[in-house]
Design a protein around this ligand. Structure first.
Ligand SMILES: [Zn+2]
Length: 94
């Protein structure tokens, strides 16, 4: 279960809560009793880990797609890059 960090805007009291993802964010400050609690984003270790993991997976598949499409013109034609084509002994070598 992720840990959420809260901070009270009224009294600056900081508090941590263990909450499930589906649970509503806490509002009431346990110290001053005002509904001024604000959830601090990016500080919950569980949330941060999930976010960066998702990003990395996304990035990996995206770069894979890019390199896959970049390979196509190299195997077929020079793709306009006559310099590297000649270096690889492609159709533009002469
Ligand atoms: Zn407070």
């Amino acid at each position: 279960m992720p840990t959420y960090d809260y901070r009270c805007e009224a009294c600056e009291h900081a508090v941590e809560y263990f909450q499930s993802m589906s649970e509503k964010p806490k509002k009431k400050c346990p110290k001053c009793g005002k509904s001024k609690l604000v959830r601090q984003l990016g500080t919950g270790a569980g949330i941060l880990f999930k976010g960066s993991g998702f990003y990395q997976t996304d990035y990996r598949s995206d770069s894979y797609k890019k390199s896959a499409s970049a390979d196509k013109p190299a195997s077929g034609s020079c793709g306009g890059d006559t310099k590297s084509c000649a270096a690889n002994g492609g159709p533009c070598a002469n």
